[in-house]
Write a protein that binds this ligand. Structure first.
Ligand code: MN
Length: 258
């Protein structure tokens, strides 16, 4: 039976994590390795400068004093009896859409699994109060499909489920944020300036193809994300940069020596 690693960023005691582990139970041997406390918006952080500990909460359930990426690392490279066939992260309490995926601990855990060569899926529910049953069923469907079909190299799936009963499933691309709001600048009681980022409601570019639009329209959104961030088109466009920059660099070095 395949081993499935389940993690999240809302912590080992989150309802969405339990729902996900339950939903995947008949696909393989589910092992939960999750942060011991909430780690939302920690991004892809790894803990390198203090010891990590894995507390065994129950059989095949561990809480780690680290980030979601730590949990995947520890699970894949140490804790699990074998390399898992799949990493599934979630079910996050709240959606992870568009440009915001780079901040997401939920999505970063799936990125970490992908970097370690394990097919990985991130699953998020628009609103936690919607109940996790439907999102669990969607997660199981996606996981079963990936177990059979696999994923392209360096590719993970970012799955978002709407709060209301889904009208269907869409393949989407990431939506892009429009940054209109400025940071809020205020003064604290001691007269020092402080700043508040992310204060206003986010605004998004309008496009029907995006994950944002799918959730807005009541559809499940599945976005394949690629982890090779190299822009191959830019490589071609910048082909003359090395020669030009090298020439400038040498000219400056000569000038300095004079
Ligand atoms: Mn979270």
């Amino acid at each position: 039976m395949a081993v499935l690693l389940v993690t999240n960023d809302d912590g080992a005691h989150a309802a969405g994590l339990a729902a996900l582990a339950d939903a995947l139970g008949d696909l393989g041997e589910v092992v939960v390795v999750a942060p011991d406390r909430e780690q939302s918006a920690v991004g892809h952080a790894l803990t390198l400068h203090r010891p990590l500990r894995a507390e065994r909460l129950a059989e095949r359930r561990f809480a780690v004093n680290g980030t979601p990426s730590d949990c995947v690392n520890l699970g894949v490279l140490g804790l699990l009896p074998e390399v898992p066939a799949l990493v599934v992260s979630g079910i996050n309490h709240g959606s992870n859409l568009g440009d915001d995926v780079t901040y997401s601990g939920t999505v970063s855990a799936a990125m970490e699994g992908t970097l370690l060569g394990v097919p990985s899926i991130a699953v998020s529910l628009e609103r936690a109060d919607a109940g996790f049953a439907e999102a669990g069923r969607i997660a199981r469907l996606a996981a079963a499909r990936v177990l059979v079909e696999g994923l392209p190299p360096r590719t993970l799936l970012n799955v978002n489920v709407p709060a209301a009963a889904p009208r269907g499933i869409r393949l989407t691309q990431l939506g892009h944020r429009v940054y209109k709001e400025k940071v809020v600048e205020q003064t604290d009681p001691r007269g020092r300036t402080f700043y508040w980022i992310g204060a206003g409601p986010p605004q998004w570019e309008e496009s029907d193809q995006t994950d944002i639009a799918a959730i807005h329209d009541g559809y499940v959104s599945i976005t394949p994300l690629h982890l090779d961030l190299t822009h191959f088109g830019a490589l071609a466009r910048m082909a003359d940069w090395p020669r030009a920059l090298t020439a400038q660099y040498r000219a400056r070095s000569r000038a300095r020596r004079r």
